[in-house]
Design a protein around this ligand. Structure first.
Ligand code: UT7
Length: 333
């Protein structure tokens, strides 16, 4: 039986650090409000002319490949998650493929928002288990800072998000002990408009982008923060429980939980539900904010660099986001 396992991890965040205090220049907010409601102290914003969505992903991927002891040419497929691509289409996965010199291999571009990385990992896992590919690059990358509305109208959303990229190399293994145990994907489109960007959409007649759309705020992220929060705490716990149950495991077996970095209060609630000690949950939202599809691979890579992920450890990733989507992955490292 063929399984898949993560053999290399990497991440990249832009150099430009933007503190909560820095945001007060653009909007009516405060360091205290942001820290108390979200746990965030600072985030990274890309530098125009230096960082791109695909470029950051390529940097993260090179690091992951080096740690896996592989060359870029060993990669057979790219699964790339982002909701903030460099172009409306084609997706940034193709630009990263070009940058890595991998012309010819397949690229699967997905969105799936904050659950994007877990969805991407699940897709890659299936391709490896069927025997179609042996080495797949799984990527999450976002540039949120060029998208969000940094005025007072957008402050409820703008303070949360940041930029960055993370990557994992997934390889085939015959070892039943150290592998991805299972992945679990869910969505509920009834809540699509509780966290969304309407434009440029194809649902209305005329040009897909007009000045009116900009003036109406059609390009802004619209978020019903309270609804997202309430659903997130339920779904996180549910999907982690589902993964544990599928493998006959219990919460106390988790050596490291890597939740999508949405809000420190959400992660803390989930930690308490599972009765896990603080050191078994990876949290870096304080430094990077919510980097959407990049948040899990960045947090996992940092935890791995800190020696918090060791062979034999049970690692659980869990995400919740726009869609609504939610997902989990359980790995025996
Ligand atoms: O990955 C999924 C992505 N999204 C999420 O995970 C979001 C989940 N939701 C949340 O994290 C929280 O709902 C937020 C952090 C977004 C908001 O926290 P909240 O405790 O739900 O605050 P609220 O939206 O109920 O707003 C409370 C007050 C309001 O003022 P009034 O009406 O009480 O006078 C807001 O206008 O805080 C005000 N407010 C702000 N004040 C200072 C909203 N944004 C800000 C801000 N700075 N940036």
């Amino acid at each position: 039986m063929t399984y898949s396992k993560i053999t290399g991890l990497g991440f990249y965040v832009p150099e430009n650090v933007v503190t909560n205090q820095d945001l007060t220049q653009f909007m009516d907010t405060s360091d205290e409000w942001i820290r108390e409601r979200t746990g965030i102290r600072e985030r990274r914003y890309f530098t125009y002319g230096k960082d791109t969505n695909a470029g950051m992903a390529a940097a993260a991927s090179r690091m992951a490949l080096e740690r896996a002891g592989l060359q870029a040419r060993d990669v057979e497929l790219i699964v790339y998650a982002t909701i903030t691509p460099d172009y409306f289409f084609p997706g940034s996965g193709f630009l990263m493929q070009r940058e890595l010199g991998l012309e010819g291999i397949g690229v699967i571009d997905i969105r799936d928002q904050c659950s994007g990385f877990v969805y991407a990992l699940s897709i890659a896992d299936q391709f490896i288990k069927t025997g179609m590919y042996k080495t797949i690059l799984v990527v999450g990358s976002e540039i949120q800072s060029s998208w969000i509305n940094k005025s007072n109208e957008g402050r409820g959303v703008a303070v949360i998000f940041g930029d960055g990229a993370g990557a994992a190399v997934l390889q085939a293994t015959e070892d039943p002990e150290h592998r991805i145990l299972s992945t679990h994907l869910h969505a509920d489109g009834r809540y699509a408009e509780d966290l969304y960007v309407r434009d440029p959409g194809s649902s209305r007649p005329g040009r897909s982008a007009t000045k009116e759309m900009v003036d109406e705020g059609g390009f802004d992220v619209i978020m019903n923060g309270n609804a997202v929060f309430k659903h997130a705490v339920v779904r996180f716990s549910e999907v982690i429980g589902e993964a544990l149950e599928a493998n006959g495991l219990r919460p106390e077996d988790i050596a490291l939980l890597v939740p999508h970095q949405a809000n420190i209060r959400i992660s803390e609630y989930v930690r308490q539900q599972l009765n896990l000690p603080e050191d078994r949950v990876a949290n870096n939202i304080q430094k990077y904010g919510n980097t959407t599809a990049a948040s899990i691979p960045i947090a996992l890579t940092e935890a791995w660099e800190q020696g918090r992920v060791k062979p034999g450890d049970l690692v659980c990733m869990a995400a919740f986001g726009s869609g609504f989507t939610w997902a989990s992955a359980l790995i025996r490292w």
